[in-house]
Design a protein around this ligand. Structure first.
Ligand code: AMP
Length: 428
């Protein structure tokens, strides 16, 4: 039989990586709590109909779809937002607004595997539902900034507003299909292709020229960029409104007192079709991929059969955050807890060893018991190799006095300690 392997695009997280991943998840949860979000757990499997309803061609074509044994077309979730929209349209329909929901879990997309791109990956996803105001958008960006900083990264936000381009496209009466195709090309930074597609569409020369100028308009002096956007789009009412909205959001963020690294990019688009307002992505230095992305989607809930409900949200790619941390060496000591190994000197003392181990665990100390029947020398060698902090040696002579030998490996200290005081001696 050939050796078993993971399925293409899937990977194992071995203890070292799993520990970091759990640490990142804990930080995501903490960020959620600090901003007043409540966690929900939704199924990994949903109906294909739900997941494909508003995902857009891009995501839809990359879903893991299959029939279950009851002949239902189902799929593995390619994002959290559809499940949240389903809940808001049904079980949470009458819940007073706003509400803030988050989820942490695995996501599935049939992407081409490469560094930072897998077919199963982890996201933390936050949705603020029920507010159309710029402070809600600001909160989502601030939350993302806090989360990234809490894992030791230096986030930089790339911010845009789909209302600007859409405002022009709509006033130019461009079909939705054409709009979506152009936005998708822009999302992939294929601006030449996007412009070509636009040239072939029915658009005025003025409209075309404005889009051309917008695509070039970007910079970290965000209020300058927004001022230029404003003059560029003059005459396109909805685009002007969108630019004003973006300005408000940026103003709130800057005045919040948090130092956030922001760039405004007027030609910025995102692949998911349901965005209606501000959109953003978060990057870190020296990593050429987004670690998270989100934005405002005011019409999505009604498209899922709910009442018209404005909403804004973000999804963070936890695998990429982990890569960012590895590259930044931000992980030393994360989740490392003191570990004790308990070794009986002879076979007959195994029950005593187990008993002492239990006592220590009851006092919240992490304990491994020697289970290989090794001689003391071998057990100590192994403890040293695995960077165990202390070894408790259970020997007959000390036991008669109600004591054990405590060896602190790093400090190279050894002492006979009463069992009642063992936990304190370990921690000291
Ligand atoms: P999206 O829902 O496409 O906005 O994705 C949100 C975030 O999830 C992205 O910014 C990435 O960090 C992460 N992400 C998306 N696709 C993948 C993938 N195939 N593998 C790993 N992370 C991904």
């Amino acid at each position: 039989m050939s050796e078993f392997k993971t399925v293409r695009g899937m990977r194992d997280l071995l203890p070292e990586e799993a520990r970091i991943m759990k640490h990142i998840e804990a930080k995501a949860r903490r960020a959620g709590e600090l901003y007043g979000f409540k966690e929900i757990i939704t199924p990994i499997v949903e109906s294909y109909e739900l997941l494909s309803a508003k995902a857009g061609d891009e995501v839809r074509s990359r879903m893991f779809v299959f029939k279950d044994m009851g002949d239902r077309m189902i799929a593995l979730r390619p994002e959290f937002t559809a499940s949240v929209a389903r809940l808001v349209a049904t079980a949470l329909r009458t819940e007073p607004k706003p509400f803030r929901l988050f989820s942490v879990g695995s996501i599935y997309r049939y992407d081409e595997p490469q560094k930072g791109r897998y077919r199963e990956f982890w996201q933390s996803n936050f949705e603020l539902i029920g507010s159309n105001r710029p402070e809600a958008d600001a909160e989502i960006i601030l939350l993302t900034d806090s989360f990234m900083k809490s894992v030791g990264l230096k986030p930089a936000m790339k911010i845009g507003h789909v209302g600007v381009l859409r405002g022009i496209f709509n006033q130019e009466k461009l079909e939705d299909k054409t709009q979506n195709a152009i936005m998708q090309l822009m999302d992939k930074q294929l601006y030449d292709d996007a412009m070509e597609r636009l040239e072939n569409a029915e658009i005025s020369n003025e409209g075309l020229e404005i889009i051309r100028r917008l695509v070039e308009l970007k910079g970290s002096n965000v209020f300058d960029v927004v001022a230029k956007m404003m003059t560029t789009v003059a005459g396109y009412e909805k685009a002007v409104g969108a630019t004003e909205n973006l300005n408000e959001i940026l103003k709130l963020i800057s005045l919040s007192g948090t130092n956030i690294d922001m760039t405004v990019n007027a030609g910025f688009a995102r692949g998911l079709e349901y965005y209606t307002g501000m959109i953003f992505e978060v990057y870190v230095p020296d990593m050429n991929m987004a670690l998270g992305g989100g934005g405002r989607y005011d019409r999505l809930i009604e498209l899922f059969g709910g009442d018209p409900t404005p909403a804004v949200g973000v999804a963070h790619g936890l695998d990429r955050i982990m890569l960012g941390m590895q590259e930044k060496k931000a992980m030393e000591g994360i989740g490392q807890e003191r570990t004790v190994m308990v070794v009986p000197v002879q076979e007959e003392l195994r029950p005593e060893a187990l008993k002492i181990a239990q006592q220590l665990r009851n006092q919240d100390i992490r304990v491994e018991v020697e289970v290989m029947g090794r001689k003391m020398g071998k057990a100590l060698e192994d403890a040293d190799r695995r960077k165990i902090d202390c070894v408790v040696i259970v020997g007959e002579r000390e036991l008669r006095e109600g004591a054990v030998v405590l060896k602190k490996l790093e400090k190279r200290e050894q002492a006979t300690v009463k069992i009642e005081g063992l936990a304190e001696a370990i921690v000291a």
